[in-house]
Design a protein around this ligand. Sequence first.
Ligand SMILES: *Cc1c(COP(=O)(O)O)cnc(C)c1O
Length: 436
Amino acid sequence: MAADPRRAVPRTDVVMADPRLTNARQRLGAVTVRDAVQAAQALARAGDLRPEQVADAAVAGLPRRATTLRPVLNATGVVVHTNLGRAPLSAAAVEAVTAAAGAVDVEYDVVTGERARRGRGALAALRAAVPAAGDVLVVNNGAAALVLAVTALSGGREVLVSRGEMVEIGDGFRLPDLIESTGARIVEVGTTNRTSLADYAEAVTERTAAAIKLHPSNFRIEGFAAAVPIRELATLPVPVVADTGSGLLAPLALLPDEPDAATALGDGAALVTTSGDKLLGGPQAGLILGDTALVERLRRHPLARALRVDKTTLAALEATLRGPTPPVLSYLCADPQALRDRAERITTALSAAGVIAHVVPSDGVAGGGGAPGVTLQGWAVALPPHYAAALRTGEPCVVGRVERDRCLLDLRCLPPDGDMEVQRAVLSVAVGRGQE
Ligand SMILES: *Cc1c(COP(=O)(O)O)cnc(C)c1O
């Protein structure tokens, strides 16, 4: 009787001793490597693999990285894509994150050998970027910034919010709910389409702690509509907190309707809260800028400690503020003709290889719930629709946009070497399917 091949399946410790797998243990960890080995052994036991193929199969089955997060080539044309991690960091910010990953002087003065203010470099950079701010503070994200501001200012009292600004900004996240989670009571003023300064003024009592101006970032009310600008709110006898959301620190001509921190402070806002990973193009963070005494009150509030950011965030934020133009801004301002030239080059190469590809106009958007009315003129490579899923699940992972039964690859938000990678990814899908 022939020996049962399943009896010959090599033992785990024998397979694990393969030099390729001992190396992988350094990179991926022992548990991950053992899982791959055991999966290969199971195939051999089931008779789907010869015993001598187990090590090769285990190597082939290893994940590429120690994290399941996979890098994505964003070919959607959406610059700040929340599902794809919002702002991609600049090379300078990535380098700063790597440098800060180990032991770092985040809260230490190497000259005196004593404790120093945490993240002072990033805070100084933010202060320098917005001279109108008396002081600044950085917390975990935009929502945390608003929570801290409302908590510290209101002490459970009342805050005024216009009915036209009671907004949900995505995935069931409603700003009024966030505000009320602090224990503050919202006093709604005005109507859905129109709110006047008198509406606010009539609602102010001795229980009023602040007026909160929320930027309805992802929709617009058109027609018979009126909101009260910060300039007028600043005449109320209570501080104005402006949640601008999008993270612009100064006006951006391309997005004229997006509020920015410098203008809001110049108009009289006591505090501005905003996000770090939207149009600013930095890491996830919440920026608080404004009146020196109020920022100090927020800094000293116990909640500030629970919302504080880590050293890598501070590093990336400082490098974003001081460093070269972040990708978000380059992508927003990409020249349509340059995008068209890139799409032509890729399409020519793909057509030569027998892929059905066309250059088509493609509107990009700012995304991240910002600038809802603005479309960014651009161009895309159009492919047959079946490419969409194949490119998403390939390596590298390319996420395009399916529109009118075509898979569009918009080149606006690709990094410098992204065009070649996308082209290669499309070709490998075409080869895999025998080209169509
Ligand atoms: C995005 C946004 C927030 C939330 O910011 P996160 O950084 O996502 O927490 C709050 N307010 C407005 C107006 C926003 O646009």
